[in-house]
Design a binder for this molecule. Sequence first.
Ligand code: HEM
Length: 189
Amino acid sequence: MSTTAPERADPGRNAALAAVLLAGTVVALTVGVYAKLHEPARRPLFTLGFSGMLQMKAWLTTFAAALLIIQLVTALWMWGRLPGAGHAPGWAALLHRWSGSAAFVLTLPVAFHCIWALGFATVGARVVIHGLAGCVFYGAYTSKMLGLRTRTLPGWTLPVFGGLVLASLVAVWLTASLWFFTRSGVPLT
Ligand code: HEM
């Protein structure tokens, strides 16, 4: 007969998890609903030295997606899942934090132009998946940031939120930047 005590449901922990999930859902829905309801401006507000809005968005998203490689490697290292790498040094957490913050900041001017200038378009599967992935990205990022500061959450939550942030940005890159770079007849920079 097993002598292990059954794991008790912890109401405080469940409430914290529900609050973090709710905050992420509210952010994702707010982004999506605003993008759908407002009239797209159909022009850029700035292009940051790029030749056009598409070019700026495609490249900034690519820089953000490239930083995800650092995010993934440092996350695996901190969680002891990087084969043969041993214990992660203190700077791995710092690198994770700053590369993640930089990637997030890079997405902001891009998403602003998506939401404000284009809105939530439904002209095909790629574009719909792109809009949904963009909304999920900001929702998952919200939940992850709150999760980092909520000590009572179950251990699985941070890797799951982090994985969702990563996967949604990869989906955004595939459905927008990769699509843009593989189109012919448009200047790349
Ligand atoms: C992480 C956030 C996001 C990033 C990094 C991102 C990135 C991009 C990029 C690089 C493009 C291609 C350039 C262009 O067509 O202008 C694009 C297009 C677009 N984005 Fe986003 N996006 C994000 C979120 C969103 C959201 C939240 C929405 C709407 C809910 C959205 C809607 C669109 C639309 C409608 C297009 C045009 C697609 C087409 O017609 O091909 N994006 N995005």
